[in-house]
Design a protein around this ligand. Sequence first.
Ligand code: FAD
Length: 539
Amino acid sequence: MGTQRKSLVHWFRKGLRVHDNPALSETFKVARDSPDEFCVRPIFILDPGILDWMQVGANRWRFLQQSLADLDLQLRKLNSRLYVVRGKPIEVFPQLFERWHVHLLTYETDIEPYAVTRDATVQKLAAAAGVKVDTHCSHTIYNPELIIARNMGKAPVTYQKFLSIVEKLKLPKALDVLPRLPDGMQPVKDANEVNDTKVYDCPTLEQLVKRPEELGDNKFPGGETEALRRMEASLDDEVWVAKFEKPNTAPNSLEPSTTVLSPYLKFGCLSARLLHRRLQDILARHPKHSKPPVSLVGQLMWREFYYTAAAADPNFDRMLGNAYSLQIPWQENSDHLEAWAHGRTGYPFIDAIMRQLRQEGWIHHLARHAVACFLTRGDLWISWEEGQRVFEQLLLDQDWALNAGNWMWLSASAFFHQYFRVYSPVAFGKKTDSTGAYIRKYVPELAKYPAGCIYEPWKATLSAQREYGCVLGVDYPHRIVDHDVVHKENIKRMSAAYKVNREVRTGKEEVDEYELKSQGNAKRKARAVATGRTAKRKR
Ligand code: FAD
């Protein structure tokens, strides 16, 4: 009987969880309704080729490996298992459809352009093989397409507008716990498994992490079990939840001052709908609570906001051709970029943040503000796309829509336009850590510097530097730029770029060459970039 049963395949991509997973629940339901006819095969497709070229650091590979191992464990508790299939989806599926007599394929929808293209191809392959496909939107609370439809076909470009739309929508409910499959429903082994019993096993750490020397402490282990534990721990103090205001949390506390649920939401180890419902339950018990944009619900709404905006523009992660982004004549400077990415700018607060990111894979939101502003409009005048790429590699929570959206915000390229408000790489960190304990932890060369100059080591005399055991230019770099000087110049450049973008957008492109000359270089460059006449696309 077993060999004749058709397979119901659930394809995990993000959404690495069994709770509140509508596409997975559907396969389970169909199987339970007709146990003699069907069996369930949940799969994850791993293309070994991507290990060599994908911009993913060792810490995130480990997070994925742990998440897959935990997912397999959770599925086994439900009388199923995870089948990890090696290969490229479009090559793998035609074989699976045939080998497993697939009847139904389910998966969670994804807005990322490469996924949209890939999924369209898979749907065609499925149609050709007579396989039914069902998809569900469950990575976000609301379906971005629905919000766009409610806003006359356009994504809302302000958070308030976004809120006003979702407030009128029915709040999708998180699903109940998934019941176990009845005993005896396991699929029979296929020929590959008969040959090699481990063929569909989860990858080991050694298989996924090619550069183990880059691994930092395993502070945030991957997986649904840890996601749910972390959510419960975060929600335990209901008063903290009810009073949460993001601007009052610290970028440089030694332990995180926010939930660090982002890596779990990114991989879908945690359902955003479940977290949202749990937050709503708590707020109902604490009527005097903070509100969006600063509350915890407000944080989830930022996630929804950027997802919706990103869903409407496949060029969301680049400046050229991006409907949201202003065109700004950023400059290339590989030395500065390298110094920033590796925490060697000579600004201890900036360097501490970048080193924490490299070691642990997570940094606080306001710390991200500080380093993103420093790289772009604040100090180095380097494109947000470069910063996005470094974050793409190092963040555990790297998310196409959120990374790009926030980089555009911080570089004042979109969504936020007060470019004259620049973070000081010295004063900002002092507000919440006057003694510099955070710097001492992540930039240990400076550990002996007193609080008075740990944010500005260049203020120490050479003999004092020797006494503290860290001489600038020898043990720790000199500042690569002088913030007090460059940030003022950059505000002027920003002002020129804004003016030109406004002119281009309102159709006044034909600016008099004479006028351009008199406005100087900054405006000329800005105009060339804004009109797309010089810029070259990098990817
Ligand atoms: P909490 O404050 O506990 O918030 C709860 C959840 O709300 C987060 O887990 C996250 O899913 C969501 N959230 C909070 N703030 C934001 C925000 N500004 N935008 C979107 N969602 C938010 N977040 C990512 O998840 N992936 C990224 O790739 C990413 N890149 C960023 C790049 C830059 C330059 C900046 C400034 C921010 C970026 N963020 C990104 C947003 C934000 O910094 C993180 O989501 C947040 O710091 C995660 O920590 P947490 O889980 O403790 O957040």
